[in-house]
Write a new protein. Sequence first.
Length: 74
Amino acid sequence: MPLAPTGSVVCADEKTSIQARQLRHASMPPASHRLQNVEHKYERKGASAYRAAWDVRCAKVPSRCERKTGIAPS
């Protein structure tokens, strides 16, 4: 079935459970006698869900980032 002249095509995707993390300590810049020190310990700050779509006709990318997925915990 062909697409109507006023029809629209939207391609959508979702990334769920994106881990929000924050480093415990700031990274130390390099100095003349040592390399840069990057802290690898972090604190968890929850999770986010990213939703994006591509509207082919309008060439627009509607997207948003949510703190919750909308799914109630079981």
